[in-house]
Ligand binder design. Structure first.
Ligand code: DQA
Length: 142
C-alpha cells in the first residue's frame, strides 16, 4: 500500500526536545521504526517531516497526484489550530489517520483540541512510537 507519513513541527527535534515528555529516541529512530513496521506489510512508505504549514499542505496536495492510499499525520501543534491543514486533508479525499506520541487529552488544555480529527478516520495517541504502529495496523485492517 502506498502510504505517506507526515510529521509536523518540532518532531525533527526528538531526542533533544523535552526528553521527559517525548523520550530520548531521536527522529531518525522514529523513521527507522516506521520503516520497519511498514516493511512488514510491504508498504511503499514515504516519511516526510516539515516545520512549516505551507510545506505540509503542499505535501498533502502532492499525495493526491501521487495516488497515495493513506496518510498518517502527526501534525504536532498544528493539529490544535491549523484549519488550513484540516482543509488540505479534506481537499484530497485520501483516508487519513491522526497520531500523536503523547496523550494529548491529559496535558495542557489547548492540546485537547484537534481541528483535524473530524477529517481523520481515527486518532492514536499516548503510546509514543507505538501510536504509529497502531495507525499502520489500522489501515491494513479496515
Ligand atoms: C505532539 C503533541 C502536540 O501537542 C505537540 O505540539 C507536538 C507533539 C505529539 O506527538 O505528542 O509537537 O503532536
Amino acid at each position: 500500500m502506498k502510504i505517506l507519513i507526515i510529521n509536523g513541527p518540532n518532531l525533527n527535534m526528538l531526542g533533544i526536545r523535552e526528553p521527559q515528555v517525548y523520550g530520548d529516541k531521536t527522529y531518525q529512530d522514529l523513521v527507522d521504526y516506521i520503516t520497519k513496521i511498514a516493511s512488514n506489510y510491504q508498504d511503499d512508505v514515504t516519511v516526510f517531516q516539515a516545520n512549516g504549514e505551507k510545506e505540509i499542505i503542499e505535501r498533502i496536495h502532492q499525495a493526491y497526484f501521487d495516488q497515495v492510499k493513506a496518510i498518517i499525520i502527526n501534525p504536532g501543534a498544528f493539529g490544535h489550530y491549523s484549519y488550513a491543514i484540516r482543509d488540505a486533508i479534506a481537499s484530497v479525499g485520501i483516508r487519513c489517520i491522526e497520531v500523536h506520541l503523547t496523550d494529548v487529552d491529559h496535558r495542557e488544555p489547548f492540546r485537547k483540541v484537534s481541528v483535524i480529527r473530524d477529517v481523520c478516520e481515527k486518532s492514536y495517541y499516548g503510546k509514543n512510537f507505538v501510536s504509529y504502529k497502531e495507525a499502520i495496523d489500522y489501515i491494513h485492517q479496515v
